[in-house]
Design a protein around this ligand. Structure first.
Ligand code: ADP
Ligand code: MG
Length: 240
């Protein structure tokens, strides 16, 4: 579903991603961990072309993407993203948030989009909140709306960038629950998170990123109980 080879990305003189290689298979859940500033968000943003790589190759669903020539909006439709700070439209209701992209980007009839949105809100446990504004929701509810909104475009891949980091601790579980359900249904997912419990339970593979490189990857059982890289060991000793 995702194949990345030799990805490099700099911001000015700051070399953030250094020859990153990644493959993610269909229905695989990959958890990406690493210290703050190691390049996790930049990597996710390159996967849906919110950032454009300086060099390297990115294939999405078997198709090599040329950021100069290809329609990046079309590719983004297949790659949903959920952010730490929800990024909902504050002046739109929950329903309007969820149908926005299907109606205005995909030109889906409003009635059809509304029906699908209701199904998705139901799935994330928020069908009773369709007509309220984001300001009337808890952080956990906002994030579940953000997930429903991303799913409304029928993505084949979902990227999550620290989806629970801005939440009060008691609200983390309800968001992780929705993500677990998605994983169980076979969604291909790349998740940046500090929730090691989630990683252990749900991840097929864990990638550890350090200073712009994936320095270790493996099954969660192996990475957590027997990390090979000294930087991985150091990081895990701080978060576990
Ligand atoms: P992480 O998500 O692992 O914390 P990021 O990918 O956000 O790391 O950032 C990696 C490095 O790139 C950091 O040093 C950060 O300050 C820098 N960086 C990220 N985005 C930008 C940007 N748009 N412009 C300049 N520097 C950036
Ligand atoms: Mg980040």
């Amino acid at each position: 579903m995702i194949r990345i080879k030799g990805l490099n990305k700099s911001f000015g003189t700051l070399h953030v991603l250094k020859d990153v290689d990644i493959n993610v298979d269909k229905s695989e859940v990959v958890v990406l961990i690493g210290a703050s500033g190691s390049g996790k968000s930049t990597l996710l943003r390159c996967i849906n072309f919110l950032e454009i790589e300086d060099s390297g190759e990115i294939e999405i669903m078997g198709r090599k993407v040329d950021p100069q020539k290809d329609n990046l909006n079309q590719i983004r439709e297949n790659v949903g993203m959920v952010f730490q700070h929800f990024n909902l439209f504050p002046h739109k209701t929950v329903m309007e948030n969820v149908i926005e992209a299907p109606v205005f980007v995909k030109k889906m009839p409003r009635q059809e989009a509304t029906k699908k949105a209701m199904d998705l809100l139901n799935k994330v446990g928020l069908s009773d909140k369709a007509d309220v504004y984001p300001s009337q929701l808890s952080g956990g509810q906002k994030q579940r709306v953000a997930i429903a909104r991303a799913l409304a475009m029928n993505p084949d891949i979902m990227l999550f960038d620290e989806p629970t980091s801005a939440l009060d601790p008691e609200l983390v579980g309800e968001v992780l629950q929705v993500m677990k359900e998605l994983a169980r249904e076979g969604m291909t997912m790349v998740v940046v998170t500090h929730e090691m419990g989630f990683a252990k339970e749900v991840a097929d593979r864990v990638f550890f990123m350090d200073d712009g490189k994936i320095v270790e990857q493996g099954q969660p059982g192996d990475i957590f109980s027997n990390p090979q890289n000294s930087r991985t060991r150091e990081f895990l000793s701080q978060v576990l």
